[in-house]
Design a protein around this ligand. Sequence first.
Ligand SMILES: NC(=O)c1ccc[n+]([C@@H]2O[C@H](COP(=O)([O-])OP(=O)(O)OC[C@H]3O[C@@H](n4cnc5c(N)ncnc54)[C@H](OP(=O)(O)O)[C@@H]3O)[C@@H](O)[C@H]2O)c1
Length: 336
Amino acid sequence: MSLKEVLPGRLGFGTAPLGNMFRAIPDDEARATVEAAWDHGVRYYDTAPFYGAGLAEERLGEVLATRPRDGYVLSTKVGRVVLDERETAAADFGEKGGIFAHGNPNKMLHAWTADATERSIEGSLKRLGVDRLDVVWVHDIAQDFHGDLWVRKFEEARTGAFRVLSRLRDEGVIKAWGLGVNKTEPIEMTLALDEPQPDGFLLAGRYTLLDHGHALQRLLPLAEEQHVGMVVGGPYSSGILAGGAHFEYQQAPPGIVERVGRLKDLAARHGVSIKAAALQFSLAHPVAVAAVPGATRPGRIAEDVAALDERVPAAFWHDLRAAGLVSPAAPLPNGA
Ligand SMILES: NC(=O)c1ccc[n+]([C@@H]2O[C@H](COP(=O)([O-])OP(=O)(O)OC[C@H]3O[C@@H](n4cnc5c(N)ncnc54)[C@H](OP(=O)(O)O)[C@@H]3O)[C@@H](O)[C@H]2O)c1
């Protein structure tokens, strides 16, 4: 089954922010946000043990427990096993700093071996309160978390997680698997392997209005050739493209703020919302099967749905390209 056949639509919901990313989110606000996604017809949910050391999975599971299991598609990730013991050391999340400083206090084992993969899945099923997962992504085997050692982690995953997930997919236990990363290279490397191939990948932050050139060079042509689908993670570049202040999970630097200002000015001249421009741009690539914006406030979901449905005139896309604000190689919506 292709990733497109597995996913129920173009708009999913990403739960990274519900792991108390950046701030301690009250439980009722988190619950209301997931409920808003459900009420607006969103039926694909992405989560991970990493998001607040299990907190996002617990919060998502609490709402989904009252919904029919066949009524939605669920993806989580492997690579971090949430342990019962408390973390005492300062958590090291690579480039991402302390983004989940407000998450659960549990220690996490960072491991991509076969054994850790099985343990990770077991923990996710418990926290989510479900008896099966639909899609499993191998999480963050990339430079942003491991620096030059990322190739070692990749190798651990290749001989561990990849094989376990391929087997589970072949046995029909899960429907699809792939990588969930913020960098293109690990996916390119996977697609070049002469081994059982993933069904797709979740690429975060690398196919957005602000950053897409690198993905267009090698990864996306390769994925298209191999009929491997992409879920676009972080379509708002972690917030700045939706009206927030973050880019790449940090305060946006002046150069990015200036570029977003130019995008917003152009969008305003055409009466287009920046959210619609961002979401529709990310979904315009033929390899993109869905996008998973994240949110912690229920009102965001109606905006996301409206952004997907908004009519964006072809003249906007033409002007965007003419202004050099997107790569000339990027496919634009409706063949603009
Ligand atoms: N390695 C991986 O596999 C990986 C990495 C990153 C992301 N992902 C996936 O992709 C999903 C989405 O990424 P993301 O949540 O990090 O980033 P995102 O979708 O690009 O942006 C989400 C942020 O946008 C903000 N936002 C939305 N509407 C807004 C508005 N009108 N005004 C101000 N701010 C607004 C939200 O703020 P509020 O919180 O205030 O609502 C939220 O924090 C994740 O949840 C995860 O599922 C996966």
